[in-house]
Design a protein. Structure first.
Length: 387
């Protein structure tokens, strides 16, 4: 009797559990509801097209200071690191032999100047006596002597000028404005005219050049886009410079000139810009990054978080169709703008781009679009919550 009641209770418990499990499990083949996805509406808009390229700083002016005459260095006249104006004395050389050369040249000039009046007077007398007391040959000889005396004066004047110039060269000056480097010689060193080793270097840092390197293939692509009317170039190129520490340089750049050759090793074209550098933060040889604004293009801005980049460089993204289906679109980007791709084809105005709820999507899947927004940090928010 007890065993029969126990068996009945067990059977009842099994039946109840089976019924509950059946109630919780949806019937086989039941349809799932559409997947909620966050979407933003695509609008064609003018976008500033820019290109980010590497660059290297080059001195605006740089002079290697070398002596024009030889001699012993007797004095160093400047302070390393100081700002120099053009003509500022930097080194003094021994003047003894050049002072003596000046005095010798002056004596030679005085001698020539003293001889000239005698030759001129002799010529005048010969001309006055020609035909009576002197012959034509005598006159011609006197004319030659006078001309030689004038030439001797001119030669002596030129020699004096050279001697005085060489004497002035014993003070070596800076030919440009800039900052002087550490001297490469000491007092007592012997230097020679036009030697290969520089005495010092003077570098002008404000303004400064920055050479930026753009791939030639990209330049051709940009030229084609301008020719087709896709890209409207600006009258002047706007350039922003980023320093090695990530900070943006205070002033923009001005185009100087592009090179007319392409590097055979890197395939890039060198484009030179000039930047103001009053605080001397940019130094020659420093590697930098430039953002060159090329112009304006009518395009769609597609958030990068909503896209997938294929191995062939083609981008793909999901769009919610008017029928409530997910559809994958493929397109090519024309560059980037902040955190978005610049897209000129593959989308139409009013398309609803899916930027949230992308996991597990497939072509033709039923979706329920929910309007959302995306901020500058890439955070997605529901439109109602944002309001």
């Amino acid at each position: 009797m007890i065993a029969s009641r126990t068996a009945s209770l067990v059977a009842l418990a099994v039946a109840l559990m089976t019924g509950m499990a059946g109630a919780q499990t949806p019937p086989s083949g039941a349809a799932r509801g559409p997947t909620k996805v966050g979407v933003i509406e695509m609008q064609l808009q003018p976008v500033r097209r820019s290109s980010t390229v590497p660059g290297r700083a080059v001195a605006f002016e740089q002079a290697n200071i070398r002596p024009r005459v030889g001699g012993i260095v007797t004095e160093i006249l400047y302070t390393p690191g100081a700002e120099l104006a053009p003509g500022t004395p930097m080194f003094r050389l021994d003047r003894t032999q050049y002072e003596a050369a000046v005095e010798t040249a002056r004596a030679a000039l005085a001698r020539a100047q003293a001889t000239l009046p005698v030759a001129v007077a002799t010529l005048e007398r010969a001309r006055a006596l020609e035909g009576s007391g002197s012959t034509r040959a005598t006159v011609e000889s006197a004319e030659a002597a006078a001309a030689s005396a004038r030439a001797d004066v001119q030669s002596a004047e030129a020699a004096l000028n050279v001697a005085e110039t060489e004497l002035s060269w014993t003070v070596v000056t800076s030919p440009i404005e800039g900052i002087a480097g550490v001297p490469e010689v000491s007092v007592g060193d012997l230097v020679t005219a036009g030697q290969g080793d520089a005495l010092a270097t003077v570098t002008r840092l404000d303004p400064i050049y920055v050479d930026m390197f753009e791939p030639s293939a990209r330049i051709l692509s940009i030229q084609d886009q301008i020719a087709r009317g896709e890209l409207k170039p600006d009258e002047t190129l706007e350039v922003k410079l980023t320093l090695e520490n990530g900070q943006t340089h205070a002033s923009g750049g001005t185009l100087v000139a592009p090179s007319v050759t392409v590097s055979p090793t890197t395939g890039t074209q060198d484009i030179r810009f000039r930047f103001d550098n009053p605080d001397h933060r940019i130094l020659p040889g420093m590697f930098l990054r430039g953002e060159v604004v090329l112009g304006t293009v009518e395009a769609f801005l597609v958030p990068q978080r909503a896209t997938t980049l294929g191995r062939d460089g083609t981008l793909s993204a999901w769009v919610a169709t008017a029928e409530g289906k997910a559809e994958q679109r493929r397109f090519e980007a024309r560059g980037t703008h902040e955190n978005a791709w610049i897209v000129t084809s593959g989308l139409t105005a009013g398309d609803r781009l899916i930027i949230d709820g992308l996991n597990g999507l497939r072509d033709g899947a039923a979706v329920e679009p929910v309007p959302v927004t995306i901020d500058a940090m890439g955070v997605v928010q529901d439109v109602k919550a944002a309001n």
